[in-house]
Design a protein. Structure first.
Lengths: 194, 185
């Protein structure tokens, strides 16, 4: 365990130092806007492996939003007894998973700031190109899409991270089937929209 | 959760935070927190998402099986049923295309300033709450249907050695990557 961690830290240290070397345009690895998708994927796979080795858990995301819902529900309930069966079976807690999602937000922020990619934006260009300056429409599609997606994730037992990255790596058949269905459902609606 | 290094809830939380930072950094760097790349993948125009995901699976398949003894590899939680997986998967996909981010990349997108991802996050909390409300009924009526026959990919083929499945997946993924690169996608 210590060897794995030390190796990981050593590799990270080497990468950080190497990455500070500047290209002729004054850009370093750390300020470059994009890295190869293959390299990123490989490193994500290593992170997932590390997660399993270190804490016995894997990368996942969808359940954390339901955890937040659990906290909201409890706050709304106050002192009344309106606990839902689901939250009794899956009590919300601030654990590894929730911290992971917070980390994702921070890590993406770090990357975007370093490369100059950070920008407050409501309307993605592609959306605006197809639907115009329709901010209300974007808000509606985002809210509705998020709700439907989250609902589906709980039915399927995971999302593109939990099933698509972790479950598939573990060769769980249900995860491969789920991933296939994610894409089929997504493609159908995407082609309808665009 | 039986690692000797991370007893104690705060050490656990810190490790989650740090791994999350790495995950989020890589997602943003790869470009998969961008609406155009995610929806573009569903439209089969941009292939960054598939490249990232399958590269991660290639490494994860091998790595995970090496660092943990075979009998303690986590299987799927709660004995998934075919019905809930397929229906849930399709519903997820539909919502994914509407929002334009998945739960993980939405968090990443929030970090890069995408306000629509933040709204999507609120939607996801709402969706989770709606599921919690409806799940007793839903589970009984709709989801408890069909079975997978096998929990694992190798089981499906009747193989006892998981590494055969790893090889099969690896070959297919590498072939796909080769095709993508040849056709410049």
């Amino acid at each position: 365990m210590m060897r794995l961690l030390s190796a990981f830290l050593a590799i990270t240290a080497v990468l950080v130092i190497y990455g500070l070397a500047q290209s002729p345009q004054g850009e370093t690895l750390w300020t470059a806007s994009r890295w190869s998708p293959y390299v990123c994927g490989i490193l994500i796979g290593l992170l997932n492996t590390l997660a399993l080795a270190l804490v016995g858990d894997k990368l996942g995301a969808s359940s954390r939003y339901t955890t937040a819902a659990g906290y909201v529900h409890r706050a709304l309930c106050g002192s009344r007894d309106c606990e839902l069966d689901y939250f009794e079976e899956h009590p919300p807690k601030i654990g590894w998973g929730l911290m992971l999602i917070i980390g994702v937000i921070l890590g993406a922020f770090l990357s975007a700031r370093l490369s100059g990619d950070f920008e407050f934006e409501l309307l993605p260009e592609m959306f605006a190109a197809a639907f115009g300056d329709a901010e209300a429409l974007r808000i509606i599609t985002a809210l509705l899409g998020g709700a439907v997606m989250s609902f589906g994730a709980r039915m399927a037992g995971g999302c593109t991270s939990g099933h698509g990255l972790s479950g598939t790596s573990l060769l769980n058949l249900s995860s491969w089937v789920a991933l296939l269905c994610f894409f089929i459902g997504g493609m159908l609606v995407a082609f309808m929209l665009y | 959760m039986n690692s000797p290094l991370f007893r104690g809830r705060n050490a656990l939380r810190l490790s989650g935070l740090l791994i999350g930072v790495g995950f989020g950094f890589l997602l943003q760097r790869a470009g998969v927190t961008q609406y155009e790349n995610l929806v573009g993948q569903l439209l089969l125009e941009k292939w960054i998402v598939v490249k990232v995901m399958l590269s991660a699976v290639l490494v994860g398949m091998v790595g995970m099986r090496l660092v943990v003894p075979a009998d303690s590899l986590p299987g799927p939680k709660n004995s998934p049923r075919l019905g809930s997986t397929v229906i849930g998967g399709l519903v997820f996909g539909a919502g994914f295309a509407l929002l334009g981010y998945c739960p993980g990349t939405a968090a990443g997108a929030m970090g890069q300033g995408s306000m629509d991802a933040l709204i999507g996050g609120l939607g996801m909390v709402l969706g989770g709450w709606l599921y919690a409300l409806s799940s007793p009924w839903l589970e009984k009526q709709v989801l408890e249907t069909g079975s997978f026959g096998s929990q694992t990919v190798h089981g499906l083929f009747g193989w006892t050695d998981p590494w055969r499945a790893v090889s099969l997946v690896a070959v297919c993924v590498l072939l796909l990557f080769l095709l993508l690169e040849i056709f410049g996608m």
